[in-house]
Design a protein around this ligand. Sequence first.
Ligand SMILES: Nc1ncnc2c1ncn2[C@@H]1O[C@H](COP(=O)(O)OP(=O)(O)OP(=O)(O)O)[C@@H](O)[C@H]1O
Ligand SMILES: [Mg+2]
Length: 475
Amino acid sequence: MAKAKSIYRCSECGADYPKWAGKCETCGAWNSLVEEPLARSDARRAPAPAAARSAAGAGAVVTLGEVQGGDGTRWRSGLGEFDFVVGGGIVPGSLLLVGGEPGIGKSTLLLQVAARLHGAGRRVLYVSGEESPLQVRLRAERLADRATDVLLLAETELETILATAASLSRERALDVLVIDSIQTVFTSELEGAPGNVGQVRECAARLMRFAKATGTAVVLVGHVTKGGGIAGPKTLEHIVDTVLYFEGEGTLDHRVLRATKNRFGSVDEIGVFRMGQDGLAAVENPSSLFLGDRDAPASGSAVTALLEGSRPVLVEVQALAARAGFGTPQRVATGVDSKRLALLLAVLDKRAGLSFAQLDVFCNIVGGLRVQEPIADAAIATALASSVYDRPIPSTALLLGEIGLGGELRPVSQVERRLAEAARLGWTDAYLAERGIPSRVPSGLRVHGVRTIDQLLRTLFHAGARESEMPAGVA
Ligand SMILES: Nc1ncnc2c1ncn2[C@@H]1O[C@H](COP(=O)(O)OP(=O)(O)OP(=O)(O)O)[C@@H](O)[C@H]1O
Ligand SMILES: [Mg+2]
């Protein structure tokens, strides 16, 4: 009988078994056994550089300043939004993981990045385990970038991939290795099927050692689970240097690239792309995606400026308050936290005398964005009031500020940046907390300081916000 090459280890208690079982006999956990190579303790260790090993086997200790190498090089793809999100370009020897829903455009993005890196003189190998070479070529031909020159390997066995990468490196160092996807790659050391936890973990760990040992940057494509996380063990996200998520709303053609972990840059940045016939194109002005048609202002619409990372983005909030049908009035929030909406409705009722008790309320963020900052409060509240009064807010008015339970408007962080973006896009009036007015205001923008939501509604609608003045038949 062939000698077993792998063992099954319980991820809960660490007990080892020669065979897989549904339950760990030691700790009683179900479905916790994960396959691991038997020779892992030797093979797993990254080979330490010979110079760092002393005769006695102890490691050589150096001060951080003495560490050699690393001239701060980054490989820019020239696909600006991608470079921006990874922190200014790919760091040699780093391991990146790009996750996203099926069909969102992961392969397209990485093929474009590969093509541009190739164009910039980098040596790139694109390994496709999911698609045939013909499929990849057809995509490459469709893209605006010159992707047909990129080196392709259609392979799923890790040993072959690494041997190919190493042999290519002998001629001339391989700079970037793209693996599409990590779930299709398997090592013959383990018996489990590609994509299972043991396989994914082992393959990713081996690719990580390859990256660190050779200086080749490795980019992994990862599938996501139903819950939206990257499929496979959590260790996958721990061992990589950078985790990027490629997201989008199913019905819209824009895609957002976001870093959730980055050892070499900020995790706050987003890159916005539009998917088209010839691939992904960077969207220079993301605000245009999140603003509805601004020419004919309608009631129930208000604009605020959110920060996506360091970027200010103008976002339109839409609200509709309509007479409720039978039963409890509905509260439907899309892109806004429903608890936040409930809080704002209560504040409007108590502090501005605007009752929604008999009204169904719908609140939506244009462009499928999710609002996380409470700074959108002022825009949500005024959009709601505007819908109740059926009076539009001027289309060039910007509303900024968190609203407290007392109805007070709070100052906004990084207000200068938000105002600058609004002024750049032609906004003429900004409404924000009196205390938070910056000393320097961009030219062309009038800033109106207000103290409370009641005062804000009075200023905007030139009328009292009290219930007695509400249009007949609404409340
Ligand atoms: N001719 C085309 N015109 C416009 N968009 C296209 C065209 N062909 C493909 N697409 C877009 O590209 C997407 C597929 O991209 P891609 O194969 O890169 O996604 P993926 O994330 O790698 O998918 P998978 O999870 O299946 O690997 C499609 O969902 C579609 O939006
Ligand atoms: Mg793909």
